[in-house]
Structures are given as structure tokens and as C-alpha cells.
Design a binder for this molecule. Structure first.
Ligand SMILES: Cc1ncc(COP(=O)(O)O)c(C=O)c1O
Length: 455
């Protein structure tokens, strides 16, 4: 589709752009990837090469696919009417989107707007701390997070990060964040039958060790994303909920990746019948058509910031400048309408099941595939050098598989710069519009790539 010469753009990029998560030395002798156009599930790079994007913009974001004119129209219409006003006031799309969103989240009630997943998580962390100071004499300030989970890039979010490669050398980190063990049964830490319950019990052990009167909240991904696409085992979430109730610990679910359809339900936690106190979301909320993130709470949490109006500190003393941009909720409203109109939750469930079946076939064929897992269109294949010992493959080899898929015109992902030695899980998160043919093309490319790299 894209065939103009944009070598001047590539030169400008090489000269001035500092790319995310990237060592730039190789660009002294090669060009960075520049993506110039997208339509549906495909993108085109600066050389005009077309790719099937099985990672929704690289980081599981573009849930409804590229080139959605109805979102662009909604955003344009809103921008020319009113592009911005600070979030201390309301806006038409902000109010309407909050109402639509809450309809999809029974039990939740209030939407706090900001503009990145990290920031949404920081809002929840601040609320937990403020509740601790107001209600618990400043004691219940600790926040638990899980090994392998990721919650963002700011210093406090990195302090709640279960992926060492993301926080190494960025210390000193923020105090008050405490790690609990991961729940990936494939790499089990306990030899028991009811693994889910056992992994959740490990949270109780940490609470008891720290002192229940010091722990205010636990922040968890419903399905761990960059830490290896980990679907918690049966029984895990029920037990987590019980533990939270027992020790008066608030439950914060980080839906930055899973939110708004990725796993086949509106939110990942809705597979498990749990009742969170905080839900944070970002990437899929407007599919990347505008920056928007939300920290959503129950009315009970909201009331804790309202019920003592005599206290000059008793409200959430926080602001996010770009939380007042109206493009975000305008895009999010249309994004949500598209998912409903086109039945994309149903498609996600059906295509996710189909893709998992196909990945199982890959596992039968290639010994290097040790485990396949996922929910909806959010899937992973963990590569191991030896199925018996489960020794991970060298990261370079996992990356080569990604490269070989790219050479066939299919972009897949691999966990990266997360867990030293364990960045070995291939990741798939195509747009929720993916068809069977798309899935066949993705898994077919992986099959060829695995053969090329491992024989
Ligand atoms: C689960 C999860 N939470 C939070 C974040 C941070 O979001 P952002 O990059 O928008 O700050 C990410 C980003 O990848 C994520 O995967």
C-alpha cells in the first residue's frame, strides 16, 4: 500500500528519535523500523512491506484494528468542538463514556481519567495510601504485587514490578511495595494438586509475615502479560478474594492489557466472578486512537474520599493534565460501540479457542514448545531447550523465531527485558477482528519459523 520514498523520515528518526526499550548501537549500521500505515489487522513499514500484526501495535493495544474512520470522525468532531478542559470540570464524552463503561462493570462506580497505564496504577496506589492515613492511622500503606507482573514505568510502578530487568538500576525504589510469588503452574513452586489455591495461599503467608495491619492492597494482573502470559490456575482467584476479605486488603486489578475485550470478556477479572475495589485500564480503552487511561473504583472507595467534608485533606488531591483531553473518551466511546456492533467479544472467544488449538498442534510438532497458554486473543508459547528440565531456550533463539516470522510478513512478540533468562515466551495478541485465516497465517508462520531456527 505504502510506496512513497520516505528515506528523509528514516534519516530524521535515526538522527533524533530515542526509541523505547531499545539499544541504539545497531542503528549506526542499520535502519530502525518505521511503521507508516495500518488497515484492519495489517501494517506497512517504510519500505512498503506489509505485515500481519499479531501483537496489536507491538504492545497489545489496537484492539479494534487499524484505520477505523468512525473513531477518527468521532475524535475530529470532538476536537473542533472542545479539545480540552481540566478534569476538575466535566466534559460530554467524559461523562458519556464513564456511564457506558460502568454498565460493563457491575459493582464498579467511579471513573478517574488519566493518560497511561502507569499513571492509572499510581492513582490507585495513592488512593490506597491516603485511605491508610485517614482510616488506619497511617499503618495499612503496604501494597502487594506479584512476581512476573508489570504495572508500569514510573518509579512507584516499578517498585511494584515483579520483572527485575525492568527495575534494575532504577533504584532506590519507593518503599512499601512487597512481592508475592507468581502462580505459573508450568514452573511450579509447590508440588500439590490444587495449585491455584496453594499459589494464592502464598499471598496469605506474605500478609501474615508483613502484618495484616500494615497491608492495604494487592495489585494483580488478571492474566499476567509481559511476565509470560500466565493464566492463573483454577481456584486461584476465589482464594485471593477470600484472603483480601479476611485481612481487609483492597483488591486492585490491573486491566491495562486485558481490559476492553482482549480475553473475550469486557474485563479479564470477569472470567472469575471476583469483586475488585480498583480496576485500572489503558491500552485497549481507545485502541491507541487517543491516549486514555482510567482508574475505576467502587462507590465504597469513592465515599472514603467524600464522607468527611470537614477534613480539608479528605478528597483525592490529585490531577492529571491530560486526563482532561476529550479525544480519549470520544475515541473510547466509539471503540466500545465497535466492539458491541461487530460482536468482537464473541469473535475473541471463538478465535482465541481456535488459536489455542492450533498452538497445541505446534506443541505436538515441535519439542521446543514446552507450554502453550492464554485466554481469548491473548496467547503465549513458552520455548524450552529441554522439555524434561524445562530449561528455557536462549533468548536470542526466541528472538530469532520472531525475526523468522517477520521475514514471512507476520509480526509476533516475545517476552522481553523482563525476567533474566526467562524471556522465552512467544506472544500473540492480534486485533479482536482476527479471522480463522489470520490465525492460520500466524500459526503457519510460527511453524515455519520454529523449523528454521530449531530444525
Ligand atoms: C499490565 C500492565 N500494566 C501497566 C502497564 C503500563 O502502561 P503504560 O505503558 O501505558 O504506562 C503495562 C504496559 O505494558 C502493562 O502491561
Amino acid at each position: 500500500m505504502y510506496d512513497n520514498d520516505i528515506s528523509d523520515v528514516v534519516a530524521a528518526d535515526k538522527a533524533h528519535v530515542w526509541h523505547h526499550l531499545t539499544q541504539h548501537k545497531p542503528f549506526e549500521t542499520s535502519d530502525p523500523r518505521v511503521i507508516v500505515e495500518g488497515k484492519g489487522i495489517h501494517v506497512w513499514d517504510a519500505k512498503g512491506t506489509r505485515y500481519l500484526d499479531a501483537v496489536s501495535g507491538g504492545v497489545w493495544t489496537v484492539n479494534v484494528g487499524y484505520g477505523r474512520e468512525s473513531i477518527a470522525d468521532a475524535v475530529r468532531e470532538q476536537l473542533v468542538k472542545l479539545n480540552y478542559f481540566a478534569g476538575s470540570a466535566g466534559s460530554i464524552p467524559g461523562a458519556l463514556f464513564s456511564e457506558k463503561l460502568i454498565e460493563k462493570m457491575p459493582g464498579m462506580s467511579r471513573v478517574y481519567y488519566c493518560n497511561s497505564g502507569s499513571e492509572a496504577n499510581e492513582k490507585a496506589f495513592k488512593m490506597v495510601r491516603q485511605i491508610a492515613h485517614k482510616r488506619y492511622g497511617g499503618k495499612k500503606t503496604k501494597i502487594l504485587f506479584r512476581e512476573r507482573d508489570y504495572h508500569g514505568t514510573t518509579i512507584a510502578a516499578l517498585s511494584a514490578c515483579g520483572q527485575p530487568e525492568r527495575h534494575m538500576q532504577y533504584g532506590p525504589l519507593t518503599p512499601g511495595f512487597v512481592e508475592v510469588p507468581h502462580c505459573l503452574e508450568y514452573r511450579k513452586q509447590w508440588d500439590v494438586e490444587n495449585y491455584g489455591e496453594r499459589a494464592a495461599d502464598a499471598i496469605e503467608e506474605v500478609i501474615l509475615r508483613e502484618g495484616p495491619d500494615t497491608v492495604g492492597a494487592i495489585c494483580l494482573e488478571p492474566v499476567t502479560a509481559g511476565g509470560g502470559v500466565i493464566v492463573p490456575p483454577k481456584g486461584y482467584w476465589e482464594r485471593v478474594q477470600e484472603i483480601c476479605k479476611k485481612y481487609d486488603v483492597l483488591l486492585h486489578i490491573d486491566e491495562v492489557v486485558c481490559g476492553v475485550g482482549r480475553t473475550g470478556t469486557w474485563f479479564g477479572y470477569q472470567h472469575y466472578g471476583i469483586k475488585p475495589d480498583f480496576v485500572t485500564m489503558a491500552k485497549g480503552v481507545a485502541s491507541g486512537y487517543a491516549a486514555i487511561a482510567c482508574c475505576v473504583t467502587t462507590e465504597e472507595v469513592f465515599n472514603l474520599f467524600k464522607d468527611d467534608a470537614e477534613d480539608p485533606l479528605n478528597y483525592f488531591r490529585d490531577i492529571s493534565t491530560f486526563g482532561g483531553c476529550t479525544a480519549g473518551p470520544a475515541a473510547a466511546l466509539e471503540n466500545l460501540a465497535i466492539i458491541e456492533r461487530e460482536g468482537l467479544l464473541e469473535n475473541t472467544t471463538a478465535m482465541g479457542d481456535y488459536c489455542l488449538e492450533k498452538l497445541e498442534e505446534l506443541k505436538d510438532k515441535h519439542a521446543v514448545v514446552g507450554d502453550v497458554r492464554g485466554k481469548g486473543l491473548f496467547l503465549g508459547a513458552e520455548l524450552v531447550a529441554d522439555r524434561g528440565t524445562k530449561e528455557p531456550v536462549a533468548e536470542k533463539l526466541a528472538q530469532q523465531v520472531v525475526g523468522e516470522c517477520g521475514a514471512q510478513g507476520v509480526m509476533i512478540g516475545v517476552t522481553n527485558r523482563s525476567l533474566p533468562g526467562f524471556n522465552n515466551t512467544l506472544c500473540l495478541s492480534p486485533a479482536l477482528i482476527a479471522t480463522k485465516d489470520n490465525i492460520d497465517e500466524i500459526v503457519g508462520a510460527m511453524d515455519v519459523a520454529l523449523t528454521r531456527v530449531f530444525g
